[in-house]
Design a protein around this ligand. Structure first.
Ligand code: DC
Length: 234
């Protein structure tokens, strides 16, 4: 019998390995992976390109006026990797810059931006079979998601992961600065007025500071099979 599809929410702090687990689950289950952070980054890119987002200010009036002109979609490339499209243009590389990341962090605090993206995210999940990662997926986007996961790791471990990634890209970061940046983002994510990062009451939590990827994926799959088995019985 074909297993009934569910939605899976994966939330947690930055650099917690959410996308690794979400992509692994999607691959294993034949589900669609959706990176909600990429959507905030795409809006930031649009605003940056139009001069509505500068280091000094955000032109909220223009951004709000044009927010529903932005259509964000995802396509899989020849290597099987998912890429983000903004109004039909592949923007995957551009949204991964530090400028876009910082911009995303700022515009994601605006209520009208969140309202529009949550609407688009809910639309993407309406047929079920979606694994979405982010900050508010289990609390706001899919409060009825059948499976909710919440990942954590110590700030030091997450800073070390980010530090190693930067080194691998040929950058020369200072560990103390990377750690300070992780802590600063944690504070902003958890204290913003609109949809702050918080664990949903019914989410399963995993501190993956000292757990490998295979073990994490197995932990998530065990919860998926338990939940879908219970759903079959009811
Ligand atoms: O996960 P990420 O680093 O790609 O996210 C980019 C920014 O968007 C980050 O500052 C947090 C924000 N974000 C959010 O507010 N809500 C989400 N569901 C996903 C990301």
């Amino acid at each position: 019998m074909q297993q009934k599809k569910i939605n899976i929410a994966v939330d947690g702090f930055s650099s917690c390995g959410k996308s690794t687990i979400a992509k692994g689950l999607a691959k294993e289950l034949g589900y669609t992976y959706i990176d909600s952070g990429a959507m905030y980054r795409a809006v930031a890119l649009y605003a940056l390109r139009n001069g509505w987002l500068t280091p000094e200010a955000i032109n909220e009036e223009q951004l709000q006026k044009h927010i529903s002109d932005m259509v964000i979609t995802f396509k899989t490339n020849a290597r099987g990797e998912q890429e983000t499209y903004l109004n039909g243009e592949n923007v995957e590389r551009e949204i991964r810059t530090l400028e876009a990341a910082n911009g995303a962090s700022r515009i994601s605090a605006l209520p009208f931006v969140r309202r529009e993206l949550v609407r688009q995210q809910q639309h993407l999940g309406k047929e079920k079979g979606v694994v979405m990662d982010g900050r508010d997926i289990g609390t706001v986007v899919f409060p009825d998601a059948e499976l909710k996961l919440f990942l954590t790791a110590s700030p030091e471990v997450r800073a070390r992961r980010r530090f190693d990634e930067m080194k691998a890209r040929g950058e020369e970061p200072l560990f103390e600065e990377v750690l300070a940046n992780v802590k600063e983002r944690d504070l902003r994510d958890t204290t913003r007025a609109e949809s702050p990062l918080r664990k949903a009451d019914d989410a399963f939590e995993l501190d993956n500071s000292h757990i490998g990827i295979d073990e994490q994926l197995q932990w998530a799959l065990d919860r998926y099979y338990k939940i879908t088995a219970n759903n079959e019985q009811n």
